[in-house]
Ligand binder design. Structure first.
Ligand SMILES: Cc1ncc(COP(=O)(O)O)c(C=O)c1O
Length: 388
């Protein structure tokens, strides 16, 4: 079956955060997609609604099998079902982990520019984000190994939140990089939480590498947060899982997600996840092709028509990371101007920590005609900004 990703769906008046702006604003910021979910997911939810009884619910055998079979088939990662635990979201997993695995005042390492909410989970719990910024070398972001070693050596450093693959820069970390990171973390007794929510949004030719399959040490000192919400566009359903082989870490984090009341699914979370991972793989693969065609289109457009900008060549996520520093080393006034003049809303690179200044992030998960509109607005807005 061929799915229609060109369909323009009006998301206004649905409570969408992304589409909450003025009537002509084109939102290319929040990381959700403007595509309808896969038919199998919609059907599973319809059946659940038609049942008509919405009492308390828990993950069933099919939920465990859906994750297990998907990751085994697609990534050759054999998840131990005893290590697989439901949670209402990846951010709840991160926040609960910070609370349980570190103490007030401890350092939690992040590698900016990185998903801004990592900082909230750390700072809101009175821990310190310890930044080890990625190094941009010849257009490619790399981990700073010396910086990581230094950060891990500090006695107050207890946890690293890894973004694998990396939002917003779009890097897929290689097996070698992940193994090196796991070994370094183990040497210094630092736990690694690998956020793999963007894992499925890559080209079919180059899948991401789950942290767990990089080496034995990864299973000893690390764990992963996985979810169907980003790749199947189910963020509003709030469903995720963690895989924790280390029994001590598992017991602690499991306890904390219960204390924080983020351990129980709503009635839609389980059927949506099963229908996604088990029954919607063809939709997922077509979406990946469409989104990566969008990425190629946007990269080409910027290269040919907006010479002041430089798109970073991303291998993962539907988010394009763009260097606008030649126009404005501070991205804030530029982004404000684009929103006001051509009604294009993008995410300000500044939000993603050190190294994000002078960049913006553009969400490409939309019908091609909408992407074209966004790029035309961007080109026009940049010209107007320069003329000011
Ligand atoms: C890296 C990363 N982690 C987590 C999330 C959000 O996860 P959840 O909605 O499951 O809390 C996002 C959303 O954009 C993200 O980019």
């Amino acid at each position: 079956m061929k799915y229609d990703f060109d369909e323009l769906i009006d998301r206004r008046q649905t409570g969408s955060i992304k589409w909450s702006g003025s009537p002509n604003e084109l939102p290319m910021w929040v990381a959700d997609m403007d595509f309808k979910a896969a038919p199998a997911i919609i059907e599973a939810l319809r059946q659940r609604i038609d049942h008509g009884v919405f009492g308390y619910t828990e993950p069933d055998e099919d939920w465990f099998n859906a994750y297990h079979d998907y990751y085994l088939d697609v990534h050759n990662w054999k998840i131990d079902k005893g290590s697989l635990i439901f949670a209402t979201g990846v951010v709840p997993i991160i926040s609960s982990s910070v609370r349980k695995l570190t103490a007030v005042g401890d350092n939690v390492v992040v590698m900016p520019p990185v998903y801004n909410i990592f900082y909230n989970s750390i700072v809101n719990n009175a821990r310190k984000p310890l930044e080890v910024p990625l190094l941009l070398q010849n257009g490619v972001y790399e981990m700073d190994w010396e910086g990581l070693e230094k950060a891990f050596s500090l006695p107050e450093t207890k946890l690293l939140i890894l973004c694998n693959p990396h939002n917003p820069v779009g890097r897929i970390w290689s097996k070698e990089e992940l193994a090196r990171l796991a070994k370094l973390a183990k040497e210094h007794d630092v736990i690694v939480l690998s956020d793999e929510i963007h894992g499925e949004i890559t080209t079919l030719e180059k899948p991401y590498v789950p942290f767990y399959i990089s080496c034995e040490e990864a299973k000893e000192i690390g764990y992963a947060a996985i979810s169907p919400t980003k790749c199947f566009n189910l963020a509003g359903i709030q469903t995720a899982a963690m895989v924790i082989d280390n029994a001590e870490i598992r017991a602690k984090v499991d306890r904390q997600i219960n204390t924080d009341e983020v351990a129980e699914p709503n009635v839609f979370a389980v059927p949506a996840t099963i229908a996604a991972f088990r029954d919607s793989r063809d939709w997922l693969n077509q979406m990946r092709r469409y989104v990566f065609d969008n990425r190629a289109y946007a990269e080409r457009f910027i290269e040919e028509k907006i010479k002041d900008l430089k798109a970073i060549r991303g291998e993962a996520t539907y988010l394009l990371w763009v260097d606008c520093s030649s126009i404005s080393s501070d991205s804030r006034p530029l982004l404000k101007f684009l929103r006001e003049s051509v009604e294009l809303r993008l995410s300000d690179g500044e939000e993603y920590g050190t190294g994000g200044q002078g960049f913006f992030r553009m969400n490409l998960a939309c019908p091609r005609s909408r992407l074209q509109d966004g790029l035309e607005r961007l080109a026009k807005g940049i010209e107007l900004f320069k003329k000011q």
